[in-house]
Design a protein around this ligand. Structure first.
Ligand code: NIG
Ligand code: FE
Length: 404
């Protein structure tokens, strides 16, 4: 493969300098009037002023370039939708009450169990194409709409297939404790069944090496999550936790105890807990599109930032609490809802999100890093967030190849 030289980049948001906390979040390490040299999908050099001579020169006509966005929390693979629950939501029926009535996650479980692998793959593929048009080049994808062995494995296999058949790079997370399946009458028995019968297969078959669990009132308790995730850790899984979405139930303490790689949601996390996250360097993935869609308060990102928490931002794309595959709007909701500046948002979907996925070769545009980048017809990234225009992205590159 020859070398490609991208010239006339009005602003190159390099994101060099590592994971960002506090005031560093707002520093994108900008290079103006820049160029970028790529070979075999890897960045060889970046600079401004005089550039090397190569055969293939691509003129980006004074557009801006940012790293490909990393969506570090999604429930990508599922069947159906929950439009039939929308009126209930607007009438004020709570998320947990809809679940208690057998709807919510359980309604998607029913649809996903009934769907063929082809139907699931086609729907997820469509979502990935929409996300790619919004600049997402890497995504985490959770199972959790099967809650039985066959369907959880079916979801994880869809993720594995899609990882090979389309450009968005996927990282699978196994999430069998997402809700109590209808076959069980109590969480205790379900957790025991998972430990005894289910959780070894995904990691042994190379389908997932991370496990997530929904710690929430009326869903899974601290003790349930502790038992399951302790067993999972022994098998070699990395641990993530959905915590503090509606009620704060000690999730941060559990994350510290289990040395979790991240905690996610944190809409009602206390200041004490934020300090613990900062102290133990456990990143927090904020999901403001969920607050928007559930009509709930946003996480206190200002408090977490002051506490020094490593913060990332993700879509939480799913058919219930965040049916939103428009990542540009996820970032705009984040800026307004979490009261973050555009470059803070950018840090949270690039360098910091890469850290959550433990992938330090992405989320940054620097020599030796993967050439995943987005070309945007805007004067600055601030404009992308502050002006609510249609999607201003003109092209997307994954491993140096134009994919959109
Ligand atoms: O992260 N909170 C639990 N799981 C998802 C929602 C899944 C659903 O409602 O289908 C979330 O918000
Ligand atoms: Fe989620």
């Amino acid at each position: 493969m020859s070398k490609q030289l991208y010239i006339n980049i009005s602003k190159l948001y390099t994101m060099q300098g590592g994971v960002r906390v506090k005031d560093q979040l707002n520093d994108p390490q900008l290079l103006t009037d820049a160029w970028m040299l790529v070979e075999n999908g890897i960045i060889l050099e970046i600079g401004n002023g005089g550039y090397p001579l190569v055969d293939e020169v691509i003129d980006l006509n004074n557009q801006i370039v940012v790293p490909g966005f990393i969506d570090a929390h999604t429930h990508l693979v599922h069947a159906g939708n929950r439009v039939h629950e929308y009126a209930k939501k607007i009438a004020g029926v709570s998320y947990l009450d809809i679940l208690k009535q057998g709807g919510g996650i359980l309604s998607t479980v029913k649809a996903t169990r009934a769907a063929t692998i082809e139907t699931l793959t086609t729907k997820a593929h469509q979502t990935l194409q929409e996300m790619l048009r919004c600049g997402v080049t890497t995504m985490e994808a959770k199972s959790g709409y099967g809650l039985d062995q066959a369907t959880e494995i079916k979801q994880l296999k869809v993720i594995k297939t899609l990882n090979k058949s389309q450009p968005v790079e996927l990282f699978a997370t196994y999430m069998p404790a997402h809700a109590l399946p209808p076959e069980f009458t109590n969480t205790n028995d379900y957790i025991q069944w998972l430990i005894d019968e289910a959780i070894a297969q995904p990691i042994n078959q190379g389908l997932a090496n991370t496990m997530d669990c929904f710690l929430e009132q009326g869903v899974f308790s601290y003790e349930d999550c502790d038992r399951l995730l302790t067993a999972a850790k022994k098998l070699g899984y990395d641990i993530k936790l959905h915590i503090d979405e509606i009620y704060s139930l000690g999730g941060v303490d559990l994350a510290v105890k289990l040395k979790a790689v991240s905690v996610e949601h944190c809409m009602v996390t206390t200041s004490d807990d934020a300090h613990k996250l900062a102290q133990h360097k456990i990143p927090c993935v904020l999901l403001p599109a969920t607050s928007f869609n559930l009509g709930k308060p946003y996480a206190d990102a200002t408090m977490m930032k002051q506490a020094g928490v490593i913060m990332a931002l993700a879509s939480d794309y799913n058919p219930g609490s965040s049916p939103c595959s428009d990542f540009i709007w996820v970032m705009r909701i984040a800026s307004r809802g979490l009261r973050l500046l555009p470059c803070e948002v950018l840090s949270m979907v690039t360098i910091n999100a890469a850290h959550v996925l433990q992938q330090d070769h992405i989320g940054v545009l620097a020599p030796g890093k993967q050439a995943d980048f987005v070309v945007i017809n805007a004067e600055s990234f601030d404009q992308v967030i502050a002006i609510l225009d249609a999607n201003p992205i003109t092209s997307v590159y994954k491993k140096g190849i134009k994919v959109c």
